[in-house]
Design a protein around this ligand. Structure first.
Ligand code: IMP
Ligand code: MG
Length: 184
């Protein structure tokens, strides 16, 4: 098979990710005990992390999904729109937002604000990949998997033009392959 011109070296192997997801699940299971937790995931990137995490949790779990869109550079101003809302009410529920990656935090801050208004019993955030040094807003994050370098990566839910989400490992993208070498 010819080498993919986009894919660069592996940053996190499938085994490293699996191990870290197990550790996070143990940590989360300790916090909730036998309380039921509603895992809320943002389509589509977070889905891969969600399904692995959910299968490692020992607390009772239910799932719900939302989808958002942001307009071009609007993401920088936090202009986000819900394109799919949750199916169920979260009033009095213990809600855990499960996300793949956080940079500026603008998207997640918006989602957190929207969900907080719905009076959940508790609201926490779990993300697998973080770039804390890119944050533009203050965002309390309860569980974090890995810190990412300031380079664009794909795999395990993360896409480049909607592709590569299904890779088991996280790869750097070859910088010569990107129209702009910096992050979007
Ligand atoms: P922010 O936290 O509002 O800046 O948005 C982060 C979003 O940017 C994520 O939900 C991803 O869709 C996207 N993103 C950030 N870094 C990467 C990356 O390295 N690869 C793929 N998508 C990324
Ligand atoms: Mg995303």
């Amino acid at each position: 098979m010819p080498a993919d011109p986009i894919l660069g070296p592996v940053l996190f192997t499938a085994a490293q990710i699996r191990r870290r997801v197990r550790q996070l699940a143990a940590q989360i299971s300790r916090v909730y005990g036998d309380q039921e937790v509603r895992l809320v995931t943002v389509l589509k990137g977070g889905v891969f992390f969600l399904t692995d995490l959910a299968r490692e949790l020992t607390c009772p779990v239910t799932l719900d999904f939302l989808a958002i869109s942001s307009y071009g550079p609007g993401i920088q101003s936090g202009e986000v729109r819900l394109t799919k809302d949750l199916d169920e009410s979260i009033v009095d529920r213990h809600v855990l937002i499960v996300e793949d990656v956080v940079d500026t935090g603008l998207t997640l801050a918006y989602i957190r604000r929207v969900l907080q208004q719905r009076q959940p019993a508790s609201l926490r955030i779990c993300i697998l990949f973080d770039r804390p040094y890119r944050r533009l807003v203050d965002l309390p994050i309860d569980f974090v998997g890995f810190e990412l370098p300031d380079r664009f990566v794909v795999g395990y839910g993360l896409d480049y033009r909607q592709r590569y989400r299904n890779l088991r490992a996280v790869h750097f993208v070859r910088s010569e392959a990107l129209p702009t070498p910096e992050l979007p």
